[in-house]
Design a binder for this molecule. Structure first.
Ligand code: EPU
Length: 419
């Protein structure tokens, strides 16, 4: 099984190119199911989750091709298979995102329930209830969500019980082809939802309010293809900036956006970083200083993202002072804390709160990745731990980071992957 081996101690200094956003490209690839003419997607990151989505679309009978610049072209398919099997869905929860598009375009969809997950229980009841509000008949049977709308979906009103990113995306995609007006309330406001809505608008959808709490969709009869470039990955950006901050270094992230990272940049400044932003770039410079501990609470956008919690936990481990981290989105997203302790961190867990007392130094050890962002935090900790850190089960990181060892290596880290 592939591992990453890091020899800690190097100060990062250099430039890194940010890839397209994982959490935008996944719903956008599922949205291609709605198009009646050829659609191409650019700035697609080379990630395992993208490959899984392509396999899933392929299993549904969609014809797609990849060019040498990692653009994906999807040919229109009048008839597709409308059953998404457990074998594919269980490896990636985002597969549930085919439910809304299949149902809206073909009047039928059966998508396996994704099952357990390392970071929390993650039910999909809100996706289902949103689709029922658009007139779908939905049952959960034999481990599948089985949805039907023989006469097509019709516009409706739904207020989400809690803020859900993929729930908002699923119902939004379905509403794009529903007859009449749909009003969605208590929507997630994440930038990836805006990116999906922009792609749908390019396809001819009529959507107002994406990125706000209330979204109004005027259903259209059909959607067409075209070309759409995926937004930059804000979590990948944040991860490299934290890597720079932890090592007391300087990182210039290019092909990214500062406007979607405000809460993260604010916390990095609180940690002592000098942050300079401009058109398409963010530069962080610690001027050789050790970071100061920061306290934070995760919450839906625009508050501090749960997907950056583990990386900031790693930074607090070697920062000056005590940082308190509260996780409010997922009930089991502290799996990295035990592994960080193996490197010598001082962490006390009380329910959904981690109290981290920064230590002067961490020491390398073999550690194990448990989920995507947890593995990123372990790699970051390895960058500052004295000696060698081996991160096992690194396949988790390939789900969401394109060539992380090459990119960190380019910034001056001593890091390699072994089979
Ligand atoms: N929830 C429900 N019922 C639902 C849907 C959600 O109870 O029907 C709960 C969840 O259990 C959770 C909370 O609502 O406690 C929020 O979950 P959400 O639905 O927003 O998460 P998600 O859509 O499954 C996306 C990202 C995650 C990211 C979260 C939160 C994608 C493909 N995934 O997941 O990304 O952590 O939003 O921002 O967009 C990652 O990239 O590492 C990752 C896990």
């Amino acid at each position: 099984m592939a591992k990453i081996i890091i020899t800690g101690g190097n100060v990062l200094d250099g430039e890194v190119q940010i890839s397209g956003a994982k959490n935008a490209v996944l719903p956008i690839l599922c949205a291609t199911l709605l198009a009646e003419t050829t659609i191409s997607i650019g700035n697609v990151p080379h990630l395992h989750d993208v490959t899984t989505t392509m396999e899933l679309l392929g299993a549904l009978g969609v014809r797609l091709s990849v060019d040498d610049k990692l653009g994906i072209t999807v040919e229109p398919t009048a008839m597709v298979e409308t059953i998404a099997p457990y074998e594919l869905v269980k490896t990636m929860r985002a597969s549930i995102l085919v439910l809304g598009p299949l149902l809206a375009r073909h009047g039928h969809a059966e998508v396996s329930l994704p099952g357990g997950c390392a970071i929390g229980s993650r039910p999909v009841d809100q996706h289902i209830r949103g689709l029922i509000a658009l007139g779908a008949d939905v049952v959960v049977e034999n481990g599948f969500v089985k949805a039907r709308a023989d006469k097509g979906l019709r516009g409706g009103h739904y207020s989400f019980d809690m803020v859900t990113v993929t729930g908002t995306e699923n119902v939004l995609m379905a509403a794009a082809l529903a007859k009449g007006t749909t009003v969605l309330e208590n929507c997630a406001e994440e930038p990836e939802i805006v990116d999906l809505a922009n792609c749908l608008a390019m396809m001819g959808a009529r959507i107002e309010g994406a990125g706000k709490n209330r979204i109004v969709v005027e259903g259209v009869d059909s959607l067409h293809g075209g070309h759409y470039d995926v937004m930059p990955d804000r979590i990948e950006t944040g991860t490299f900036l934290v890597a720079g901050a932890m090592t007391g270094g300087r990182v210039l992230a290019r092909r990214t956006r500062a406007d979607i990272l405000e809460s993260v940049l604010h916390k990095l400044e609180e940690a002592g970083a000098h942050v300079n932003t401009g058109d398409g770039f963010i530069e962080l410079d610690m001027r050789g200083k050790r970071p100061k501990s920061v306290s934070l609470t995760t919450a839906p956008y625009p508050a501090f993202p749960t997907d950056m919690q583990a990386q900031f936990a790693a930074m607090n481990c070697i920062a000056d002072g005590v940082g308190v981290i509260r996780e409010t989105i997922f009930e089991n997203r502290f799996m990295h804390m035990n592994e960080l302790q193996r490197l010598g961190s001082d962490i006390q867990i009380e329910g959904n709160t981690a109290i981290i007392r920064g230590v002067e130094r961490l020491t390398g050890a073999p550690i194990m990745a448990t989920d995507l962002r947890a593995s990123a935090s372990l790699v970051l900790a390895g960058l500052v731990a004295q000696g060698e850190t081996t991160v096992d089960r690194i396949y988790h990181i390939d789900r969401g980071y394109e060539n992380i060892e090459e990119k960190l290596g380019g910034l001056g880290a001593k890091i390699r992957r072994v089979a």
